[in-house]
Design a protein around this ligand. Sequence first.
Ligand code: SF4
Length: 237
Amino acid sequence: MEYRFVKDMKDIRGFKNVLNIDFSPKKTCTYDCVNCVAGRTNFLIGERKEFHPAEDIFDEIKSYIDDKGAPDYIMLTGSGEPTLYAGFGRLVTSIKGEFKDVKAWVYTNFSLLHRDEVRKEAALCDMVWGNLNTVIEEEFMQMYRPHVSVTLKNVMEGIRKFKAEYKGNFAMDTRFLKGINDSEKNVSGLREFVTSVNPGKYDILDAKYGGQPLSEDFVRMVKEKFAGVSFTIEFHI
Ligand code: SF4
């Protein structure tokens, strides 16, 4: 059977049997990141849309699981920002209702979490993992090339509010790109912000897609700045 929304099953970030679901028309996002693995954003939008009926996506997931067995996690991500999908909450509710042992995981860019309804829907997931690369305005604009409706202030406020309300597993990551967000001011600002949020886990990553290798001095500085933090941190730089 050919699947439209169900992608591959793989191990992600140390978690096994993660079934990837992608319901974003390629590529629909609130950002047009310079380092996006999916390429340039075709649909740069700030409003949520019902890209497909949630029932169609759920039926496909059910059919896959009936055929191949249940994964440990269902990850809602893919070709863009998953919380832009207006059927997100209904889809997660259906998944959680049908597959009691499967955990729902969303990987988000945090851009819409300042909205009440998005926080409410994201909180239906067992795990919310998101990316924030900078707390400096100029770097934010240069790296993310956001939709005009998205502001760094709102992104940071959304993260703070969500973490204060959410009872599930909350994780964050930061990807550093040489010459864009590798300022000492950003590293210090991120340390302060992430410490105030206090995620369950925080990963620091290198460019991976695009960008030059980070300098040894920069890597040393990052590790020194984040030494002794109270949350779990992993360095992949
Ligand atoms: S937020 Fe993610 S999907 Fe959107 S442009 Fe950036 S890297 Fe790509």
